[in-house]
Design a protein around this ligand. Structure first.
Ligand SMILES: [Zn+2]
Length: 252
C-alpha cells in the first residue's frame, strides 16, 4: 500500500499511483471493500499491471486489487445487505436511467462514466469535501485534504453530483421516519461530505424527495420493482403480478 501522505504535494491520479513499484501497490491481505474507500479507479484496460482496480482508501492508502470496479461495487451488499438493489429502486422513482450511483443513506458512490454495466471509476461523495470540473477532468478534494483527479468524459459534474444527492436524500427521507417509528433514537452524523451539497435545492427532483414517503407507498414501490424485474412470462402477466403483489405485501 502507498500511504496517502505520499500524495500530499501531488494529485492522486491513476498514473501517479501506478508510478510506484508493483510490490508497494499490493493491498492488505483479504481486503473486503468498505465505505472508507475514497475512490475505486478502473485500470482493467491497462495491461502493464496485474490488477483491475486501484483503491484509494482513507486508512489503507492506495493499492491495486484483482477485482474489477464493477465487482467491487457489487460487493457492497456485504456491508448493507441489499447492495445495489436499493439504488435501483430509488433511481426508478426518479426515472434516472444512466449514471445510477450506489446509495445507502449517507454513503454515496458516484460512477464517473457509464454505470453499473461496465467498469468505471467510482467516487465516494460522502468522503469528498468539494469538487470541480475543468473540461474533461474532474477534481475531488477528500475530507482528508487530498486531491483526486479523474477523466470526466461527458456531462456536467455538478448536475451529476446533484442527482446522486437527490437519491441519497430520498433514501434518508424513506428510512429515517421508519427507524424513528421503531423507537430508535437517531443522531445525525458529524460529517457527510458532498452528499448534503444540494440540501437547500428546490428543483422538481428535490420536490419529489419529500413526496410519496408514506410507508404504504414505499412498500409498494419496492414490491412493484421486484415484480417488474421477475421476468414473468405468462399468458396474463398482469393477473400474475396481482397475485405476487398480494403475496409480497405480507398481509394476513
Ligand atoms: Zn435539486
Amino acid at each position: 500500500m502507498v500511504h496517502l501522505l505520499a500524495f500530499r504535494n501531488k494529485e492522486i491520479t491513476k498514473d501517479n499511483i501506478l508510478k510506484y513499484e508493483f510490490e508497494l501497490l499490493k493491498g492488505p491481505t483479504d481486503f473486503e471493500v468498505d465505505f472508507d474507500c475514497d475512490a475505486l479507479l478502473d485500470v482493467s484496460e491497462d495491461k502493464r499491471f496485474n490488477g483491475n482496480s486501484l483503491i484509494v482508501h482513507e486508512k489503507h492508502g492506495a493499492f491495486l486489487v484483482e477485482k474489477t470496479t464493477k465487482e467491487l461495487v457489487n460487493e457492497f451488499y456485504k456491508r448493507n445487505t441489499v447492495g445495489f438493489a436499493l439504488s435501483k429502486v430509488l433511481a426508478n422513482f426518479f426515472s434516472l436511467k444512466h449514471y445510477v450511483p450506489f446509495v445507502f443513506m449517507y454513503v454515496v458512490y458516484m460512477p464517473i462514466s457509464g454505470g453499473t454495466r461496465k467498469n468505471t471509476d467510482w467516487i465516494g461523495l460522502h468522503l469528498m469535501n468539494s469538487c470541480r470540473q475543468n473540461k474533461k477532468e474532474a477534481y475531488f478534494i477528500t475530507t482528508q485534504g487530498f486531491i483526486i483527479k479523474v477523466t470526466f468524459p461527458k456531462g456536467d459534474l455538478d448536475s451529476r453530483v446533484h442527482d446522486a444527492c437527490v437519491l441519497c436524500q430520498k433514501c434518508v427521507a424513506i428510512f429515517l421516519p421508519l427507524i424513528v417509528a421503531g423507537g430508535v433514537d437517531v443522531r445525525g452524523c458529524v460529517f457527510t461530505g458532498l452528499v448534503v451539497k444540494f440540501n437547500t435545492c428546490h428543483c422538481p427532483l428535490h420536490v419529489k424527495v419529500n413526496l410519496e414517503n408514506d410507508p404504504k407507498i414505499i412498500g409498494l414501490m419496492f414490491i412493484n420493482f421486484i415484480i417488474d424485474h421477475l421476468g414473468i412470462e405468462s399468458v396474463n402477466p398482469e393477473e400474475e403480478k396481482k397475485h405476487y403483489r398480494r403475496f409480497l405485501s405480507g398481509r394476513l
